[in-house]
Design a protein around this ligand. Structure first.
Ligand code: HEM
Ligand code: HEM
Length: 130
């Protein structure tokens, strides 16, 4: 989960670089948009997949290793919120990718909310660590 969150964070940074390029205020020496877009997609897609796999592994481990009923923790609640937002970011991102819409701000805002929810889930996850 640490690795997937770090990847999601770098995906977000690549997304912000794309935003600056789109608005014509790219940092001096920044790579062209195509490179930035490949970077964003190459990080965001695996990050969402890894988070979904981790989300499935969490309750399995709670049930199998801790012998406790799953989804009874604040961590699970925040994790569920985060995963939902990440999936929404992926859906809106795909629309941008395939030129079906130009709602950049919505995608960016959902992505930011997803990262914040994931950070909160991470904080709430530490007490569960063995
Ligand atoms: C997994 C599927 C995803 C796809 C297919 C996707 C695709 C895209 C595309 C096509 C753009 C527009 C680039 C442009 O300006 O032309 C974009 C922008 C952006 N993405 Fe994603 N994205 C995904 C997930 C994420 C995630 C997980 C995050 C954050 C954690 C994120 C954060 C951003 C941000 C901040 C922008 C800039 C928005 C703006 O220009 O205002 N994306 N994304
Ligand atoms: C780096 C941050 C994280 C840490 C340290 C962490 C740690 C943990 C631990 C120790 C457990 C208990 C597993 C066991 O029984 O051994 C757990 C369960 C779980 N985690 Fe995480 N986690 C993190 C991030 C996330 C994120 C981002 C999500 C959502 C995408 C998530 C979703 C879940 C879920 C759904 C459970 C099952 C909880 C339950 O059934 O009550 N976790 N996590």
């Amino acid at each position: 989960m640490f690795v997937s969150l770090a990847l999601a964070f770098t995906a977000f940074r690549a997304g912000l670089a794309l935003r600056r390029a789109r608005q014509g205020r790219a940092a001096p020496g920044a790579p062209p948009r195509g490179v930035l877009l490949r970077r964003h997609l190459g990080r965001s897609k695996p990050a969402v997949v890894m988070l979904a796999i981790g989300f499935g592994a969490g309750p399995l481990a709670t049930w199998a290793l801790l012998d406790r009923a799953p989804f009874r923790t604040v961590h699970a609640l925040l994790g569920g919120l985060a995963l939902g937002l990440f999936v929404a970011a992926a859906v809106t991102g795909r629309r941008l990718e395939h030129g079906l819409g130009r709602d950049y701000d919505t995608h960016g805002a959902i992505a930011l909310a997803a990262l914040l929810a994931a950070a909160a889930a991470a904080v709430a996850g530490f007490v569960l660590l063995p």
